[in-house]
Design a protein around this ligand. Structure first.
Ligand code: HEC
Length: 150
């Protein structure tokens, strides 16, 4: 690579990095935060659904799908929470006021779900998988019960 070309590439990469950093520090718009957190929840539904079907015997157990979806879910379960900013309180969404009024309990529910997901990732056989799916299912439902409008 010649030197001139290299420095042009470097400038481009740095430029992209700088604009990325700006967008990280800029306050995201409340309606965008809501869209993003709902999108993550939707994907959780997408990747958890087949596991729930396997655990309940509605679909045959497929270890490859179990491992792949558990890894996706383990990342997804960490993503929605920074979207529940107080700035989103008055946006149209299904988040109940308790999300903001009882932030400590909401945080506990997040941690319960993350712990359950780590058990799902660690599950080494079908029995452990089934137990972990049950635990995850309870953690999703438990939070929705207290913090999501019907
Ligand atoms: C700590 C609380 C909490 C946990 C844990 C949680 N959710 Fe949610 N979920 C919410 C809230 C609050 C909303 C409503 C968000 C909104 O409307 O902005 C929601 C919304 C949803 C939605 C609807 C999305 C939409 O577009 O309206 C789906 C689907 C969903 N969750 C699936 C799941 C699944 C599957 C799990 C478990 C793997 C899970 N959630 C775990 C709190 C939680």
């Amino acid at each position: 690579m010649n030197k001139k070309f290299f420095s042009a590439c470097l400038a481009l990469a740095l430029g992209a990095g700088a604009s990325y950093a700006t967008s990280v520090y800029a306050q995201a718009k409340p309606d965008v935060l809501v869209k993003q957190r709902q999108a993550v929840m939707t994907l959780q539904g997408k990747y958890f659904g087949p596991l729930a079907a396997m655990a309940s015997g509605k679909a045959p157990y497929d270890a490859a799908v179990a491992v792949r979806n558990a890894a996706f879910l383990d990342a997804l379960i960490k993503m929605p929470w920074d979207g529940f900013q107080p700035s989103t309180k008055d946006e149209k969404s299904r988040a109940l006021p308790a999300v903001f009024d009882d932030a400590a309990k909401f945080k506990e529910a997040q941690e319960r779900a993350q712990t359950a997901m780590s058990h799902l990732v660690a599950a080494k056989d079908e029995a452990a998988f089934k137990a972990a799916v049950g635990e995850v299912n309870k953690s999703c439902g438990g939070c929705h019960e207290s913090f999501r409008a019907k």
